[in-house]
Design a protein around this ligand. Structure first.
Ligand SMILES: O=C(O)[C@H](O)[C@@H](O)[C@H](O)[C@H](O)COP(=O)(O)O
Length: 250
């Protein structure tokens, strides 16, 4: 478990470009170690700008995209191709623009009428099938896990006070009655979210300042879920000035 490091950028645009550059560097570094980077994507507006910047960067040509593994931290449980799915948005911004190997891209299941519980179990099985001998808690160890944060302090689809915050025996769960639409979602759980070398929170805007201040200050994760996930090597809070405004002085 690592204590959080905060990095503050002038505005959302500067933040997104800095995160894009950091992501390209991290992917290239892992590939140069001879490993296939395991990347967990997030939804949200800032992330969309980050992923677009990644796709458009000249440095993207340094990555062998066919050797990048892609997972998701959460998903809105909607039919395939729905514009509100994180997968759809992430494909538009990045995955359709680089030569990923479809076999290494692992979207959370779409709503085909199977039910969110069955979909979450299927994703947990897919994660378990990718585990190596040293991996624990039902997931392959990720390299970079990216998360957005809501004004209420939620991340992935773990919302304040929800029962999903207490789940410790599964890597992925169905979430019902989400306070933010759509009501039904799939999310990784805390044990799974804690299995990444690096966790990057990417947050912009004044409406997030309170939640960011509380999370970085070490709030209880059942009240401010974004206080929970910690990287095995590093936990980074990548912020713009507005989002960083209420970080407690050290
Ligand atoms: O699942 C969702 O409804 C959203 O994707 C959400 O979890 C998002 O990641 C954060 O609210 C940050 O989003 P913004 O970057 O758009 O502020």
């Amino acid at each position: 478990m690592t204590s959080p490091t905060t990095l503050v950028h002038r505005d959302a645009e500067a933040l997104a470009h800095a995160v894009a550059a950091r992501l390209l560097t991290r992917l290239a570094d892992v590939q140069s170690e001879g490993r296939i980077p395991r990347l967990v994507l997030t939804g949200g507006r800032v992330a969309a700008v980050v992923y677009r910047a990644v796709a458009e960067s000249p440095a993207a040509s340094a990555i062998d995209w066919s050797r990048v593994e892609v997972w998701w931290g959460d998903e809105r449980f909607l039919p395939a191709g729905d514009p509100d799915r994180n997968e759809t948005q992430n494909r538009d911004a990045l995955l359709s623009k680089v030569a990923v190997d479809p076999a290494r891209v692992h979207p959370m299941p779409a709503d085909t009428g199977q039910g969110a519980e069955a979909a979450a179990s299927a994703y947990a099985e897919e994660l378990a099938a990718a585990m190596g001998p040293d991996d624990v808690d039902g997931v392959p160890t990720f390299d970079v896990l990216m998360l957005g944060v809501g004004p209420d302090g939620h991340m992935a689809s773990l919302f304040p006070g929800h029962e999903g915050l207490r789940v410790a025996d599964r890597a992925a769960i169905a979430v019902h009655d989400s306070p933010k639409p759509p009501p039904t979602r799939i999310s990784l759980t805390f044990p799974a979210l804690n299995r990444s070398h690096e966790v990057w929170f990417v947050v912009s805007g004044a409406d997030k300042a309170k939640a960011v201040g509380l999370a970085v200050g070490g709030a209880d994760r059942t009240e401010i879920p974004s206080a929970g996930p910690k990287g095995l090597d590093r936990t980074l809070w990548l912020l713009d000035e507005a989002a960083a405004a209420e970080i407690p002085a050290r």
